[in-house]
Design a protein around this ligand. Structure first.
Ligand SMILES: [Zn+2]
Ligand SMILES: [Zn+2]
Length: 324
């Protein structure tokens, strides 16, 4: 298997777009990078030149740009949705479930913000505005909280629970190379999701189309990962509860982080595994009916997210009946 997720993303499944300025082709870009570098209305720098993205023509696979002399920058706000589709192997403890899973990651543009070099917001474009979403079917490892455990954490942490659970996810993911051996941080990613049975889960997944069995090993190493995460946060020398980028803060996003709330969740995870042998189940390939996250519908023509019950795609106006 190829450990280079970027190569896999480029070669299988991820459609390539051609970036064009009039008749001049500037290069090719896959959807994963298109979302980040050339969303519609975005400012794109390439070979010392500055361009503005005018349009994205999905049917032709083209990103149309024109030269621009602005010194502003645009920042995309990308939302990630993780749908867990199938269990492969699971380790059931009385209050949590750890499992290797098949899953699908959908990333789409929520908004794009343009700022001056001084940081003043010039404009914000809401929604995807014609920028395609990126879909990645892959595999990984999830940790799902049983309902009583989630209820107890929510009653202890209140509104701090969701941010704390996200911090658990980021810290555990950042420590994954300590158990897997050296691997490139670009080869895997992580996120939180809610399963269709309502359970909150955190997921580590391979950044390669269809998966390359990289993050599977997290399942057997979860007790060690949680213990290392606790040591890292409890031992961090930063002096506020909000933490720092070496412990619970997210360098890419400004969450309301809390070291103490994150430790409450991690200690609960640790206690739920301590001294217990999980019930191991190999699900094989016989459980396709186990769609454990409700599927989001996407437009078959343009890939835009569809609103439940809508008759037409809000991006390209294709009738949604064709989708089925
Ligand atoms: Zn810290
Ligand atoms: Zn559409």
């Amino acid at each position: 298997s190829d450990p280079h997720g970027e190569v896999n993303l480029r070669n299988s499944g991820d459609k390539n777009y051609v970036i064009v300025d009039g008749r001049n082709e500037l290069g090719e870009i896959g959807v994963y990078h298109l979302l980040r570098e050339t969303p519609r209305n975005g400012i794109y720098r390439h070979c010392g030149q500055t361009y503005r993205v005018l349009d994205i023509i999905r049917s032709a696979g083209r990103v149309q740009v024109r030269p621009d002399h602005t010194r502003n920058e645009t920042t995309p706000f990308i939302r990630k949705e993780i749908s867990v589709r199938r269990l492969l192997r699971s380790a059931d403890y009385p209050s949590i479930k750890i499992a290797t899973v098949r899953l699908e990651v959908n990333e789409y543009l929520m908004s794009l913000t343009e700022k001056t070099p001084a940081g003043t917001v010039v404009q914000t474009w809401p929604g995807a505005a014609g920028t395609p979403n990126h879909r990645l079917p892959t595999e990984g490892t999830m940790v799902a909280l049983g309902e009583p455990m989630e209820r107890s954490l929510r009653s202890r942490l209140g509104s701090r629970f969701d941010a704390a659970w996200s911090s658990c996810e980021r810290v555990i993911a950042s420590l994954y190379p300590t158990v897997s051996g050296p691997c490139d941080p670009q080869d895997y990613s992580s996120g939180v999701t809610k399963l269709s049975n309502g359970q909150m889960a955190l997921v580590l997944y391979d950044m390669a189309y269809d998966g390359v069995e990289l993050t599977r090993a997290a399942m057997d190493h979860m007790p060690q990962l949680v213990a290392t995460a606790i040591r890292l946060i409890a031992g961090c020398k930063c002096d506020t509860d909000r933490g720092c980028i070496r412990c619970v803060q997210d360098p890419r996003q400004d969450h309301m982080t809390s070291k103490s709330a994150t430790l409450v969740c991690l200690n609960a995870l640790s206690e739920s595994m301590h001294g217990l042998s999980p019930v191991m189940t190999d699900h094989g390939y016989g459980c396709d009916d186990l769609l454990i996250t409700k599927q989001q519908a996407f437009c078959k023509r343009c890939g835009a997210k569809l609103t439940t019950g809508a008759k037409f795609c809000s991006e390209c106006a294709a009738p949604t009946q064709e989708q089925v």
